[in-house]
Write a protein that binds this ligand. Structure first.
Ligand code: ZN
Length: 655
């Protein structure tokens, strides 16, 4: 670990305490071995002029919802320092009251809520205070000999036993530093938790942190083992999908299951002692909020409904019963992470972001645990202490603020023909409703066309390529719940007797056969999905064909019939299959301005009249079809299968 302090960058903050605070907070945040995902907090004390023109001493402390890596000035609410300090003199203070009082001390009530460690930051008599849960520190403080090791390498620090964060920790530190000369100390080590450093000089506070963590790293390098087993195993994707479904059932909502199959994850999952060492507890207690206390341990080849997940849930309920107190509500009993023997580590969550955080926590945890084992053992906090944090009212309050889940949150969808038109609109609607979406298209533009989604270049008539694309999605997100069969081509103006044979074959291959192949490849995964659904994009042409488009009409009639048979075949597995029949969707690539004008002229209409030549006299946009597809894939249609829904403004020949 090295100091990243840069004189020039620091110079740019000269004279601006808060700017300097932002600068060194970001230095801390940029190293994942110091700070991860909202972990750690920093502060600076300064004098500011309040609204009435009076000078007030304030504590700028990290606000909730901000990460040190990307924090900016608004991420530091300003609290009246004197009032904040005085809270530490109280004998007791409930979490709710602490939160309320801290908020009442804020100069700007619209600022984010201050860190739960605000009081601690206030009572340390130095301008800059830095706090992290550095990996090396928690690796050593979770050692059975942790305290002795700390006394050896950090004899110039105050070493305190673990207590709950928040007021209790502030009180502990308040009493510990009241009668001592803090200048004699370089930092405070909190066993099983982390480290504090401070100084009136931003650089010194930061570099003391680097120095103390470096000492821990040096101790580990000298006495322990930091290179851990690696392995390489093939993964059975349907097994992954079954694990995901079991966890989704336990959670009560669809979950992504993101498998880390890196050499280090598979090496860890291949250790003979993994079940024993992985289930002792987290490296720092706050990880329990995101990742729960321990992972589920799943066999290499899990049986049918993955009994390990049900076992985890039962054990969680027992843990809750053993430690609950009056007024608590049990959280869902589903695991947030699993060690899947030989295959790697799985993170579960409702979004890619949530899973990414769990994946990072899991990666750091397995490194710390294995290193800890080589240093004489891994001894995390007791169940009771972890439980107290997991059910801490302040943490429960944060979870409550998440808001209602979206319709497709945690679900995984694949859409073909996704680069433009109806396919792109379907992707956007599904993603807006919470799904994790991958779009397939032969057009390389698909990679950039889908913002925040996965674009895969793939020719739908190449079975191997489609299989690879679907496998890629399952490997990345853990399963498949929704497919939209949309890819298709259109050509008209050819009567049957003059039909070009090549064009006929091509139309049937792309529109009909490729749809059947896509279904064939996706169905085994859909059967393992969460409330799975297939949407087939048909056409008004099926019910109301026109002359000169035999190949197109036949192909759309074919996939409609295919969908009806699929509905019959897949109902026992709970997979719904429905067809949407759009017509006159003119904002697609098929319709250029010239083509529109030509067609309008043929009917003796203006373009506007032509676009709305339906019973409702309304224009149908791709986005309308996309929204309908998303609704049909969702709960409104949960009892509907084998249905055909037109979206055409009303066509008398169909009605
Ligand atoms: Zn902390």
């Amino acid at each position: 670990m090295h100091s990243l302090w840069n004189d020039q960058e620091a110079e740019a903050c000269a004279g601006d305490d808060l700017a300097l605070r932002v600068y060194t907070s970001r230095l801390l945040g940029s190293d994942e071995y110091l700070v991860m995902h909202g972990g750690g907090n920093t502060s600076v004390k300064a004098v500011v002029r309040d609204f009435l023109g009076r000078d007030v001493e304030v504590l700028y402390v990290k606000g909730s919802g901000w990460d040190l890596e990307t924090i900016e000035k608004p991420g530091f609410p300003a609290l009246r320092l004197d009032e904040t300090k005085r809270l530490a003199d109280l004998k007791a203070l409930s979490d709710e009251e602490m939160t309320r009082q801290l908020r009442s001390f804020m100069l700007d009530p619209s600022s984010p809520s201050p860190s739960v460690e605000a009081i601690l930051h206030a009572i340390v008599p130095a301008k800059f205070v830095d706090h992290t849960h550095a990996d090396a520190m928690v690796t050593l403080t979770n050692n059975p000999q942790g305290e002795a090791i700390m006394q050896e390498i950090c004899s110039d620090c105050l070493i305190l036993p673990y207590v709950m964060p928040g007021f209790i920790l502030s009180k502990q530190v308040h009493e510990a530093i009241r009668d001592i000369d803090l200048d004699r100390y370089k930092g405070i080590i909190l066993m099983h938790h982390g480290i504090f450093t401070w100084s009136d000089d931003a650089r010194v506070a930061y570099e003391n942190m680097i120095e103390l963590v470096s000492r821990a790293e040096a101790y580990i390098a000298e006495h322990g083992q930091t290179n851990h087993p690696e392995a390489q195993h093939d993964v059975n994707l349907p097994d992954l999908a079954r694990i995901r479904r079991a966890v989704s059932e336990a959670r009560g909502s669809a979950q992504l299951a993101m498998l880390d199959r890196s050499a280090s994850a598979q090496g860890y999952a291949s250790r003979k002692d993994v079940a024993a060492i992985a289930t002792r507890g987290p490296i720092t207690p706050e990880h329990v909020i995101r990742a729960k206390r321990i992972p589920a341990i799943v066999a290499r080849q899990p049986a049918g409904d993955v009994p390990e997940v049900a076992g985890f849930s039962r054990a969680y309920a027992t843990y809750y019963e053993a430690h609950k107190t009056e007024g608590l509500q049990m959280l869902d009993p589903a695991p947030r992470m699993a060690v899947w023997k030989e295959n790697g580590c799985i993170a579960f969550g409702s979004s890619v972001k949530e899973c990414g955080i769990v994946t990072d926590i899991t990666r750091h945890t397995r490194q710390a645990i294995q290193t800890g084992e080589s240093l004489g053992g891994w001894q995390a906090l007791s169940e009771q202490e972890i439980f107290d944090l997991e059910y801490w009212s302040l943490e429960q309050a944060k979870l409550g603020k998440r808001g209602a889940a979206k319709e497709h949150q945690g679900k995984i969808a694949v859409v073909t023909g996704a680069c433009s038109g109806i396919g792109k609109a379907a992707c956007e609607a599904l993603a807006r409703d919470g799904a994790t979406v991958a779009g397939i298209d032969i057009d390389p533009g698909v990679v950039d066309a889908l913002e925040g989604m996965t674009g895969i270049v793939c020719d739908v008539t190449d079975d191997n390529a489609v299989q690879a694309a679907v496998d890629q999605v399952v490997a990345a997100f853990g399963g498949l719940d929704i497919i939209v069969c949309n890819a298709g081509i259109f050509r008209s103006g050819e009567r049957i007797e003059e039909q070009d044979d090549e064009a006929w074959n091509r139309m049937l291959t792309v529109n009909l056969t490729a749809t059947q192949r896509f279904m064939k490849i996706a169905i085994p995964y859909l059967k393992l999905g969460v409330r799975p659904s297939i949407i087939v994009v048909g056409s008004r042409n099926y019910a109301a064909p026109g002359p000169g488009a035999a190949a197109y009409s036949v192909s759309k009639a074919g996939i409609t019939q295919l969908a009806r048979v699929a509905a019959l075949e897949l109902a026992p597995d709970g997979v719904r299959v429905n067809v949407v029949h759009p017509d006159a969707v003119f904002d697609t690539e098929l319709w250029t301005d010239e083509a529109l004008e030509r067609s309008a002229k043929r009917y003796g209409m203006t373009v506007e009249e032509y676009k709305t030549k339906n019973l409702l006299k309304t224009e149908i946009r791709s986005a309308d079809v996309g929204r309908l597809i998303s609704v049909m894939a969702g709960d409104v249609f949960r009892a509907t299968t084998g249905a055909q829904v037109p979206i055409d403004g009303g066509v008398d020949r169909v009605i």
